[in-house]
Design a protein around this ligand. Structure first.
Ligand code: URA
Length: 218
C-alpha cells in the first residue's frame, strides 16, 4: 500500500502534491473602497443571517485597522456579547497570557470571530449561517491585511481553509491562505476556551505559539 504522504509516490502518480492540502486559494469579491466600517454596516443589514436576529448585540471585531497578526475565533460567548468584543471573560484572560508569552500585546492584534453573534437560544450555528458570515470574515481579513492569522478552534480553521479535518489534525501545521493575489500564513490552534477545559492540550498550544513567534520574527 503506497504511503500517500510520501512525496515520491505523489510525483510518481502525478496527483496532488503533499503540500497542496496546506494551501487554500480563493478569489473573493471586495467592494471598491471597502473598510471595516462598511463591512460592519453590511453585516448589520444582511438579511441572510437568521442568527443575528436574536436581538443580542453583534460582536464584529476589535483592534487596529491594519495588523500583522489577526486572531480569528469561532463565535462570541455571553461575556463577549455583553462587552460587544471578542475573547472577554476567562478565555480572553488566557488568550492575553498566551500572546504575552510570545511577546505580543493583545492590542496589536485584530481579533474577531467567524460568527458575529449568539444565535437565539445559544444553539449551534447552522452551515447556512456559517456560510452567510464567511464572506464578511474574508472581507475583514482583506481590510486588515494581516501576514499571519491564528485560527482558534475547529470552526475557525475549517471555515477559513475549507477543510473538514478536526482541529487536532489541523494544528501543528502551517497553512497558506491565498486571497486574490495576497498570501497569508494561517496557524490553526486550540481555542483558549477549549484550553480552559482541557488543560493538557496547553503543551501543544505552546508549540503552536512558538511557531507564531518564529513567523513574526521572520
Ligand atoms: N470568545 C470568542 O470571542 N471567540 C471564541 O472562539 C471563544 C470565546
Amino acid at each position: 500500500m503506497p504511503n500517500a504522504q510520501d512525496p515520491q509516490i505523489h510525483s510518481l502518480f502525478g496527483d496532488i502534491s503533499p503540500t497542496q492540502s496546506l494551501r487554500h486559494e480563493e478569489v473573493i469579491n471586495i467592494p471598491p473602497q471597502d473598510s471595516l466600517a462598511q463591512i460592519l454596516a453590511d453585516v448589520q443589514a444582511d438579511p441572510n443571517c437568521g442568527a443575528c436576529k436574536g436581538g443580542l448585540p453583534l460582536v464584529f471585531g476589535i483592534g487596529p485597522e491594519r495588523a500583522e497578526l489577526m486572531l480569528i475565533g469561532e463565535g462570541p460567548g455571553i461575556d463577549d456579547v455583553q462587552s460587544e468584543a471578542p475573547f472577554q471573560g476567562q478565555a480572553g484572560v488566557l488568550l492575553t497570557r498566551m500572546l504575552a508569552a510570545i511577546n505580543v500585546a493583545r492590542a496589536e492584534c485584530y481579533i474577531c470571530n467567524v460568527i458575529k453573534c449568539i444565535p437565539p437560544g445559544e444553539r449551534n450555528f447552522s452551515t447556512t449561517e456559517i456560510e452567510a458570515c464567511r464572506p464578511f470574515l474574508l472581507r475583514q481579513i482583506w481590510a486588515v491585511q494581516p501576514h499571519i492569522i491564528i485560527a482558534f478552534g475547529a470552526l475557525a480553521a475549517q471555515t477559513l481553509l475549507r477543510s473538514k479535518k478536526t482541529i487536532s489534525e489541523l494544528r501543528g501545521q502551517i497553512f497558506t491562505l491565498r486571497l486574490n493575489e495576497r498570501e497569508i500564513t494561517v496557524v490553526p490552534m486550540f481555542n483558549p476556551a477549549y484550553l480552559l477545559r482541557v488543560a493538557e492540550k496547553k503543551r501543544e498550544a505552546w508549540e503552536d505559539l512558538k511557531r507564531v513567534r518564529e513567523l513574526l520574527r521572520g
